[in-house]
Design a binder for this molecule. Structure first.
Ligand SMILES: C[C@H](O)[C@@H](O)[C@@H](O)C(=O)CO
Ligand SMILES: [Mn+2]
Length: 587
C-alpha cells in the first residue's frame, strides 16, 4: 500500500497543573479523537482507503510536548497539522513551527474556558512569526460538555484537511515530461522552479523515442497487452472516418490499434513502473519515474510519423480499463505541464478523473444564431465556451455515470459496471485527422452531458511574479443535435466536446461569458466535476499561488488568517501581497 501522508492532530492544553490541566485533559483529548474520527470516516486517499490521522501522545501544554509531538509526527509521515483546544493555552509555546507544511487551529467556542482566546493568541503568533495558519471557530457558543461538531466547523475542518492532504501528497513525487515543448506551447516549457519550489515535486524527462524503443523491443507485459488489446477492440466503438477519401487508410487501422494499446501500457509504466517488467529482465524500466502526473508532447515530432497519443491519454485519464475500475492517471495532452498541475490539483481535491481541454471558442448567442439559426436559451442564453481537446480526454468526461439519476463523474470506487458501459456507449473512436496527425491513430469523440456543475481552472506563469491560478465555476450545457453537429463540424467531429457556461457575478471578468474567455490565460483548461473553486483557493493559498480571477462566493473563501494582515477590504490584492511575502512553500 502507498505510504500516504497523515494528518497530525495536536490537542493543546493549559499547562498549569494542580487543577486546571487535569480538569481539561479529557475534553481536549476528546476533541482530537472526534476530529480524527471525522477525518477517517469522511476522507479517502486516491486508492480509496480511509485517510489516516496521528494524534499526539499527550496533550500539549508547553514546548517540550510540542517538540515531542513534532518528533512523533516526523516518524509517522505527517504532512499537515491541526491543533485543537477548548481552552486558553500558551500561544508561541505550543504552536507547530514547521514552515513546510500547512497548519490550522480549531478553537472551541465555549464560555467556561476560552478556546477562542488561545486561537487568537496563537494565530497572532503565527502572523508575527510568518508561519501561515488557518483559524477555525464555530459561530455559536457551545456548552463544555457538548461534543458535537457544528456544521460550519465541520465544513472548515474538511476543507482544510482535503487541501492540506493535496499539498502533502504532491511533496516528493514527480512530473514526468514524455517529450518536450509541443508546438511552442508555453505551458509545456516545464519550469522546475515552479514544480520544485511551489509543489515540492521533481521533474523527470524522457524522450518520446523511449516509447517507440519499448514498442520495438516489446518492453511491456505481453500477457497484459493481450488482455488490453482484446478489451479495447471489444469495447471501443470505431466511428466514421471524417478524413477526405485520399486521407483514409483503413488498411492501417489494425496496426494503429495494436500500436496505441502498447503506447497506453508504456505510458503508464513510464509513470509508475511495473514489477512485471523486472521479471522479463527489464529491471530499470520496471522502476518507473515516480510520477503523480505526466504529459505527452505528441505533436509534432511524434504524431508526424506515428499514431497519436489520444487513446493512451484517454485511457490513462479514465477511471477504468481492462483491469476494472481504478484511480485515474493524470496525463496532460501536449505536455502542457501547467495544465497537468491544474488537473493534479483538481484530482487531489476530489479523487475524481479530470477533463483536459482546449479553451477553444466563445460562441455568442448572435454567432450561434447566424451559423445554426438556433436561439440559445436556459443556462446557455448568454453564450458558451467550446471546450474541445484535440483528440483525447477522460471517458468520465461524458458524464454518462449517474448518481440519483443525474450525470456525474464518480469517485472510481463508486463506479458500477453500468456506469462504465454507459461511458463506453457514449463514445466513438475516429481515425485521426491526417492533416494534423499524419501518423494516424484514433481520436476520442463524445459530447459531455449538460446541466453538470463543473469548475475550470488553470495555472499560468507570469514573469517577475511567478505562478497565478484562475478559477471559473459553472455548468455544462447541451445543444440540440443539429446545432451541436454544425458546431462540431466547424472544428473536428472526431474530438471530444464539452460546452461550458461560467457562473456570472456581474463583476470584473465575470460580467459576461466573452470576458471569461478573454481573460483565460492560456489555450488549455482543466475541468473538474463539481464546484470546487473554494477548495482550489484554499490550496492555492497553502502553496502561495495568488488567484488572479475567480467567481467563488466570498463567504466560501478560506485562507490562512495571516492573509488578513495584508488587507481586508480588497481580498484579491491581499492575496497577492501575502503570497509574495511568504513565497513558495519549499522556496
Ligand atoms: C491539432 C492541433 O494542433 C491542436 O492540437 C491545437 O489546436 C491545440 O490543441 C492547441 O492547444
Ligand atoms: Mn491543445
Amino acid at each position: 500500500m502507498t505510504n500516504y501522508p497523515r494528518i497530525g492532530i495536536r490537542p493543546i492544553i493549559d499547562g498549569r497543573r494542580r487543577g486546571v490541566r487535569e480538569s481539561l485533559e479529557d475534553q481536549t483529548m476528546d476533541m482530537a479523537r472526534r476530529v480524527a474520527a471525522l477525518y477517517e470516516s469522511e476522507l479517502r486517499y486516491p486508492d480509496g482507503t480511509p485517510v489516516q490521522c496521528v494524534i499526539a501522545d499527550t496533550t500539549i501544554g508547553g514546548v517540550a510536548e510540542a517538540q515531542a509531538t513534532a518528533t512523533k509526527f516526523r516518524r509517522e509521515n505527517v504532512g499537515l497539522t491541526l491543533s485543537v483546544t477548548p481552552c486558553w493555552c500558551y500561544g508561541t509555546e505550543t504552536i507547530d513551527m514547521d514552515r513546510t507544511m500547512p497548519h490550522a487551529i480549531w478553537g472551541f467556542n465555549g464560555s467556561e474556558r476560552p478556546g477562542a482566546v488561545y486561537l487568537a493568541a496563537a494565530l497572532a503568533g503565527h502572523a508575527q512569526l510568518g508561519i501561515p495558519a488557518f483559524g477555525i471557530y464555530g459561530e455559536d457558543v457551545q456548552d463544555a460538555d457538548d461534543d458535537s461538531i457544528p456544521d460550519a466547523v465541520r465544513q472548515r475542518l474538511l476543507d482544510y484537511a482535503t487541501c492540506g492532504l493535496a499539498v502533502a501528497q504532491m511533496k516528493g513525487t514527480a512530473y514526468l515530461a514524455i517529450g518536450s515543448v509541443c508546438m511552442g506551447i508555453a505551458g509545456s516549457v516545464v519550469s522546475d522552479s515552479f514544480w520544485g519550489k511551489y509543489l515540492g515535486m521533481r521533474n523527470e524527462y524522457v524522450d518520446m523515442s523511449e516509447v517507440s524503443r519499448r514498442v520495438d523491443n516489446e518492453i511491456y507485459d505481453k500477457d497484459e497487452y493481450a488482455k488490453a488489446y482484446a478489451w479495447i477492440r471489444d469495447n471501443f466503438t470505431q466511428g466514421e472516418d471524417f478524413n477526405p477519401e485520399q486521407n483514409q487508410f483503413p488498411e492501417r487501422h489494425e496496426e494503429w490499434w495494436q500500436y496505441v494499446t502498447k503506447m497506453t501500457l508504456i505510458g503508464r509504466d513510464l509513470m509508475v513502473g511495473n514489477p512485471k517488467l523486472a521479471e522479463a529482465g527489464w529491471g530499470e524500466e520496471a522502476m518507473g519515474h515516480g510520477a503523480l502526473a505526466a504529459g505527452f508532447q505528441g505533436q509534432r515530432q511524434w504524431t508526424d510519423g506515428k499514431p497519436n497519443g489520444d487513446v493512451m491519454e484517454t485511457v490513462l485519464n479514465t477511471q477504468f480499463d481492462w483491469n476494472g475500475t481504478r484511480a485515474p492517471y493524470i496525463l496532460a495532452t501536449e505536455n502542457d505541464a501547467l495544465n497537468g498541475a491544474s488537473m493534479l490539483f483538481n484530482h487531489l481535491l476530489t479523487n475524481r478523473a479530470q477533463i483536459f481541454s482546449d479553451v477553444r471558442t466563445y460562441w455568442s448567442p448572435d454567432a450561434v444564431k447566424r451559423v445554426t439559426g438556433h436561439t440559445l436559451e436556459g443556462k446557455a442564453a448568454n453564450g458558451f465556451l467550446d471546450l474541445r481537446n484535440s483528440g483525447s480526454t477522460t471517458l468520465d468526461g461524458t458524464f454518462a455515470a449517474q448518481e440519483d439519476g443525474k450525470p456525474t463523474i464518480k469517485q472510481w470506487w463508486d463506479l458500477t459496471a453500468v456506469d462504465c458501459q454507459a461511458q463506453l456507449d457514449a463514445t466513438t473512436f475516429h481515425p485521426a485527422n491526417v492533416e494534423y496527425f499524419p501518423g494516424g491513430g484514433f481520436s476520442t469523440h463524445f459530447r459531455s452531458a449538460g446541466e453538470v456543475p463543473v469548475t475550470m481552472t488553470r495555472i499560468n506563469l507570469v514573469d517577475g511574479l511567478g505562478p497565478v491560478i484562475q478559477i471559473a465555476e459553472g455548468w455544462t450545457v447541451e445543444l440540440p443535435d443539429e446545432v451541436a453537429t454544425t458546431i462540431e463540424d466547424r472544428t473536428d467531429r472526431a474530438w471530444p466536446t464539452t460546452w461550458f457556461v461560467p457562473n456570472l457575478t456581474g463583476e470584473g471578468v465575470f460580467r459576461n461569458v466573452y470576458e471569461v474567455m478573454n481573460a483565460w490565460g492560456a489555450n488549455h483548461g482543466a475541468i473538474s466535476y463539481g464546484h470546487i473553486g473554494a477548495r482550489l483557493i484554499t490550496l492555492a493559498s497553502m502553496l502561495r499561488i495568488p488567484v488572479n480571477m475567480h467567481n467563488v462566493p466570498s463567504e466560501q473563501v478560506f485562507r490562512p488568517k495571516n492573509w488578513l494582515g495584508f488587507g481586508t477590504a480588497d481580498a484579491e490584492g491581499a492575496d497577492y501581497r501575502a503570497c509574495a511575502q511568504f513565497g513558495p512553500l519549499y522556496g
